[in-house]
Design a protein around this ligand. Sequence first.
Ligand code: ZN
Length: 145
Amino acid sequence: MRIDHLGIAVASIDESLAFYRDALGLEVAGRETVEDQGVNVCMLPVGTSRVELLEPTGPETPVGKFLAKRGPGIHHICYRVDDIHAALARFKAAGARLIDDVPRVGAGGHLVAFVHPSATGGVLVEISQEAGPEHTAHPTQGDNS
Ligand code: ZN
């Protein structure tokens, strides 16, 4: 396992790049809009991890509501797992409150699921599994190791 990325909620990706790209020196690996989450995403690799800048497409989106309530800052931490279905089964067995009972497709086409902050010490946790042919062929099954 490793930290896949740190999600940081920002009001403007372009303004945030003045720090993350120009001052810190990270390179922009890609930008995309995840429509069903109402968020513009900008990925900046840091070693084997990434910073994920999250800019809401409107106020009535998850990140838009986060910004209104808490302001800019760390939004979530994403752990890369080999088997997202097995990880979700372990979380359920442990009684952890989940936001996603089943994985969905997130930025980059990866399978992702979110765990409620009440289960994680107050931090929204995302788990992610690399999207590959062996993983996307049967996204609802658990035997994709
Ligand atoms: Zn994320």
